[in-house]
Write a protein that binds this ligand. Structure first.
Ligand code: FAD
Length: 475
């Protein structure tokens, strides 16, 4: 006989677990199926983000940044460190402890909210029934639900020219688990994940070469920011080769040889490890029975409307498995929205104009809204203000004076249309810009808001003043 729930959620990443918690808060009897098995062999909640994405990468980025600062900056501050060294095993152990603590927190939240955690595989059947196969068993149970939320996330895309072998050629998960610093590291794909991983291992002493097929680094970013990022990363020793198309790889017991082409010319690169970070695709493996009739969109994501509703009544989808940026906070907001739709019938669309993007390199990169090039292409008249951290008192005090803030406002209405930052704590500074954009603020609103002195946020204030050519500290 089927177990009955108000809601069954498949996937416990940020999108699925947030949906589960919100459903439970709203009084719905909720179950959440997830198939993730952690490195220690135990099932874990939190999905890619907590287990092999956001948290693991940020843990290693923080550790490697501290090491780099100890080497390059401490002396200037008058701090003597005899000889800074790296213990990758200890660094990885710290990362693993963090991941374990944060995923265990989700389990505690589930228990507290009486959400049924079902470790195993979930598959959508017809009529809102879900087949659940617990780990280690091949006899599935059938669950019945009034509503089903699909939150199965994404997985790395493969590249035929560079098959993953888990040893010399790895994906992002493999690159987050190296137990020693590779001397020569190649990374195919200079997107967000590629540049973050490149930063980690460069800081720890690897000679990193990034091969990017496009002609621009970070083409989705504002052009001013991507040009500045290119310059900064080059200065840090990252070898970035743009327009490089990988043709084939040869793996031997000693190294990987990557053959790639820039234009008509062919090149070879020899590395000890190769990371393939060419993007991610929706995870649909055995997620639904064909008879269920679930519709996919033209790019292979689950088709949803602005409310996260699929073509099937009572079936919703959220997170990386649906259109839009593959970001944890975008997924979790969609999770909340569908939970409220299910429980209260009030349809909330997630506003996607001001979703913040963050790249946790050094300097950090963050933005919300549209780029200058996209606005100009759309014939929208804009005014632009910039402010460089070199002119910020706080940034100088912190030895973080690289980068800038750029604010783009509508030339007619002055409404802020985009904010782009490369510089210290960009990941935190962007929150002010997001809030301003959510409230449809003008650059004048930001310019008239008092910001603490000395603070990094003053750079936003100054950039807002600069939209009207009246920045105070701009040299
Ligand atoms: P996921 O987190 O992928 O979770 C989906 C879950 O569903 C998984 O546990 C999976 O095992 C499970 N599942 C799938 N199919 C089934 C099934 N049939 N039955 C049962 N379970 C199933 N985003 C940010 O916002 N900030 C960052 O700093 C950031 N850093 C990243 C770094 C790396 C290296 C990577 C790879 C990604 C990073 N991301 C970051 C992206 C972020 O991880 C994703 O956007 C986010 O995890 C998507 O959440 P989700 O809930 O949609 O899916």
């Amino acid at each position: 006989m089927s177990e009955r729930y108000d809601v069954v959620i498949i996937g416990a990443g940020p999108a699925g677990y947030t949906a589960a918690i919100r459903c439970a808060q709203l009084g719905l009897q909720t179950a959440c199926i997830d198939k993730w098995i952690a490195a220690d062999g135990r099932p874990a909640l939190g999905g890619t983000c907590l287990n092999a994405g956001c948290i693991s990468s940020k843990a290693l980025l923080d550790s490697s940044e501290l090491y780099q600062r100890a080497q390059k900056e401490f002396a200037e501050h008058g701090i003597k460190v005899e000889q800074a060294g790296v213990d990758v095993t200890a660094m990885q152990a710290r990362k693993d402890r963090l991941v374990h603590r944060l995923t265990a927190n989700i389990a505690a939240l589930f228990e507290d909210r009486q959400i049924k955690w079902l470790p195993g595989h979930g598959r959508l059947l017809e009529d809102n029934r879900v087949e659940f196969t617990p780990h280690g068993l091949d006899r599935p149970e059938i669950l019945a639900a009034k509503s089903v939320v699909l939150a199965s996330g994404s997985q790395p895309m493969e590249l035929g020219a560079a098959p993953i072998d888990g040893e010399r050629v790895v994906d992002s998960t493999g690159a987050l688990s190296f137990q020693e610093v590779p001397q020569r590291l190649g990374i195919i794909g200079a997107g967000v994940i590629g540049v973050e991983l490149g930063s980690v291992w460069t800081r720890l002493g690897a000679k990193v070469t990034l091969l990017e097929a496009q002609d621009t680094l970070l083409p989705m970013a504002d052009i001013t920011i991507s040009q500045e990022a290119y310059k900064q990363f080059k200065d840090q020793g990252l070898d970035i080769r743009l327009g490089a198309r990988v043709v084939s790889t040869r793996v031997s017991s000693k190294q990987v040889t990557v053959c790639y082409r820039i234009g008509e010319k062919e090149y070879e690169l020899e590395v000890d490890k190769l990371v393939v970070a060419v993007g991610r695709q929706p995870c649909l493996d055995n997620l639904f029975a064909l008879e269920a009739g679930l519709l996919l969109d033209e790019r292979g994501f689950i088709h949803v409307d602005e409310y996260g509703t699929t073509n099937l009544p009572g079936v919703y989808a959220v997170g990386d498995v649906v259109r839009g940026p593959m970001l944890a906070h975008k997924g979790s907001q969609e999770g909340i929205a569908v939970a409220e739709t299910i429980a209260e019938g009030k349809k909330t669309a997630v506003k996607r104009n001001s979703i913040p993007w963050v790249i946790y390199t050094e300097p950090e990169i963050a933005w919300a809204g549209r780029t200058e090039q996209a606005l100009r292409d759309a014939d929208i008249d804009v005014r632009v203000g910039t402010f460089y951290f070199a002119d910020s008192a706080r940034a100088n005090v912190m030895s973080g004076s690289k980068g800038l803030v750029k604010i783009i406002a509508d030339a007619m209405t002055d409404q802020i249309l985009g904010v782009h930052i490369i510089g210290p704590w960009a990941s935190e500074l962007i929150a002010e810009a997001v809030l301003a954009m959510e409230f449809a603020a003008s650059s004048e609103d930001l310019a008239r808001t008092i910001h603490a002195y000395p603070s990094l946020a003053e750079a936003l204030h100054e950039a807002a003043l600069d939209v009207d050519n009246r920045a105070i500290h701009k040299i």
